[in-house]
Design a protein around this ligand. Structure first.
Ligand code: PAF
Length: 298
């Protein structure tokens, strides 16, 4: 991948390593009349990421993917060091999906000496993962704000799988009047329901089977609501049972939350998101299911 001036052409796809290279390629695409569609990732690309790329693609569009394992969104005892980084395979997947530009910034370009600004979105980030991963969402919103400023896309794409992340980014973009639309795309699942995640690679064979219980629990919660349960504690009890019966694990949370604020609800009287985070072996897995309940609670 040796290049000059911060970028290389690689089989028709541009690989940009500097902010200047990305900005000039994006400016050129705009002059050519193309709109800019951006998929930020941490690499280890799977079908979930590729579904975002496919949503981003279209006539007259210039598709940018960033691959950056963002250190500031990992806690001190989390998996930053072991996070998978199969860069050649990722570039191959981007090439196969006709991505126009892959942005591969080095850590020093994103966090240069003296960097001291944090974007903190209050409220939305308080509960669920926010309560279990202190500082995580500050790391996410800070890096996403930077990436959006660097790429300046018309539309940026995120997965429903990280519902709280998507809600925090939506809030940030609205609060800071950032000129970008946020598209949230459906979760991609294995045939048995397990949501695709780069962290599924940490699961052993038995743990992988056990991990099916997350989606089974979400569906059981949805079923309980469909049968008239409106007490959130009743729904979470059903979900917890599914997860606990599947095998040894540590449950971080099982919640029924309000979709815009991600605050847990007590009584279900409108649309909700059922959300779970469970540690199985070395993997911390999250999943969620939006459930559309009529606003009158009926
Ligand atoms: O969802 C992810 O992969 C990351 O949190 C993101 C949005 C790329 C920021 O590092």
């Amino acid at each position: 991948l040796a290049g000059w001036g911060g970028w290389v052409y690689d089989g028709g796809m541009i690989i940009g390593k500097t902010i200047e290279a990305v900005r000039s390629a994006v400016a050129e695409a705009r002059v050519a009349g193309r709109s800019i569609h951006f998929v930020p990732t941490m690499g280890a690309l799977h079908e979930g990421h590729l579904s975002l790329v496919r949503a981003a693609r279209g006539p007259g569009r210039f598709v940018v993917v960033s691959i950056f394992v963002n250190p500031t969104q990992f806690g001190p005892n989390e998996d930053l060091a072991q996070y998978p980084r199969p860069i050649e395979a990722d570039l191959e997947k981007c090439r196969a999906e006709d991505v126009d530009l892959v942005y591969l910034p080095p850590v020093e370009a994103i966090y240069p000496e003296g960097f001291c600004t944090t974007v903190h979105v209050a409220g939305v980030t308080e509960h669920l993962c926010g309560a279990h991963r202190p500082g995580h969402f500050d790391g996410v919103t800070t890096v996403v704000a930077k990436l959006l400023n660097i790429v300046q896309p018309d539309v940026a794409y995120f997965g429903q799988k990280d519902a709280q992340q998507a809600a925090a980014i939506g809030r940030m973009v609205a609060d800071l009047n950032m000129p970008v639309s946020i598209a949230v795309c459906p979760t991609v699942r294995e045939p048995d329901g397990l949501a695709l995640s780069s962290r599924n690679a940490y699961l052993g064979e038995a743990e992988r089977k056990q991990a099916r219980s997350l989606y089974a629990a979400l569906r059981a919660g949805e079923d309980a609501i469909a049968h008239g349960e409106r007490d959130a504690a009743g729904v979470t009890a059903v979900m917890r049972r599914h997860i606990e019966q599947a095998g040894p694990c540590r449950i971080d949370y099982v919640e029924v939350a309000e979709p815009a604020t991600m605050r847990p609800v007590v009584r279900i009287a409108g649309p909700v998101v059922l959300a779970v985070a469970v540690r199985i072996g070395d993997a911390r897995l999250i999943d969620n299911l939006p459930v559309d309940v009529p606003a009158d609670g009926g």
